[in-house]
Design a protein around this ligand. Structure first.
Ligand code: GUN
Length: 283
């Protein structure tokens, strides 16, 4: 079998064209969707992600503000800035790029963001709302994965879904969304005893563990849908996912590539959440 390749750029473009129209409609009523992105430090990958987020805003006709702090900034300054943004009517969404430097209490920073502007969906109140099946904002990466599945006509209902990775950003909310879509969900992690047993049962396999080409063809059930959330850099500088794409695409029925799969969808869903926050303001 040769897998169908789920193209994140194509789906992202389709969705972003709609967002641009909706942003223009809002702007005509005097409200332009606005996103503030806070970056602390000089992590190379974070700099790229933040630049891509700000550029995506510009292309969709959103207002955006990029706020950069040196790695040794006093956390109080960042918290004060978040308080200002919470009260700023031009800003509908606030995102603090993670990870933060070690001297920060990340939980405290995320909790400082007004839940109505928490477009990442990381505030404890929004995590709780998602868990209760009544989400205010769905975290962008798992939200993008669910859009991918829906667009490809893949219904998780009754399927065995296996998520590799238990992070707050991807693994946990991913599992919750798949369960709410009526899949039977298993979360695997670094301490899972018999990984192969689990992955070979998966109808839908989501890899979000951050290890280059970790998922090999023998780990995948023939005909499975394989979603690759990883972005890793190989020694030669090229990007690759958590899935060994070539061999796995011979076994799977559908697969997302890296780059050009989940990545563009993550930023697209950030735009979706920011737009939704702005639309709620004028409702
Ligand atoms: N770092 C890696 N992924 C993310 C994300 O989705 N949001 C934020 N804020 N930081 C991240």
């Amino acid at each position: 079998m040769t897998a169908r390749i789920l193209d994140g750029n194509v789906l992202a473009q389709k969705l972003r064209a709609d967002f641009k129209n909706r942003a223009e409609a809002l702007a005509a009523r005097g409200t332009r969707p606005g996103l503030a992105v806070i970056l602390v430090g000089e992590d190379a990958a974070s700099q790229v992600y933040v630049r891509n987020k700000v550029n995506a805003c510009a292309q969709a006709g959103f207002h955006s503000e990029k706020i950069v702090y040196p790695p040794d900034v006093e956390p109080r300054l960042v918290l004060d800035r978040i308080a200002e943004l919470n009260a700023d009517p031009k800003i509908n969404g606030i995102l603090v790029q993670l990870p933060l430097p070690r001297h920060f209490d990340s939980d405290a920073v995320l909790k400082a963001i007004a839940p109505e502007k928490d477009v990442d969906g990381f505030h404890a109140e929004n995590v709780g709302a998602l868990m209760q099946g009544n989400p205010r904002f769905i975290p962008c990466t798992p939200y993008g994965v669910m859009k991918f599945l829906a667009d490809a006509g893949i219904d998780p209902k009754g399927q065995e879904a296996v998520v590799l990775g238990r992070s707050n950003i991807v693994g946990k909310p991913m599992a919750m969304l798949l369960m709410q879509a009526s899949a039977t969900v298993t979360i695997c992690h670094s301490q899972t005893r018999d990984l192969l047993f689990h992955t070979r049962r998966a109808d839908i396999l989501v890899a979000a563990l951050g290890r280059a080409r970790f998922v090999t063809a023998e780990m995948v059930k023939p005909g499975a849908v394989v979603i690759d959330v990883g972005i890793n850099r190989l020694p030669d500088g090229r990007l690759c996912g958590d899935v060994d794409f070539g061999p796995v695409s011979e076994v799977a029925s559908a697969i997302t590539p890296v780059p050009g799969g989940v990545g563009p969808m993550t930023i697209t869903m950030l735009l979706a959440n920011t737009l939704e926050a702005a639309e709620r303001e004028v409702r």
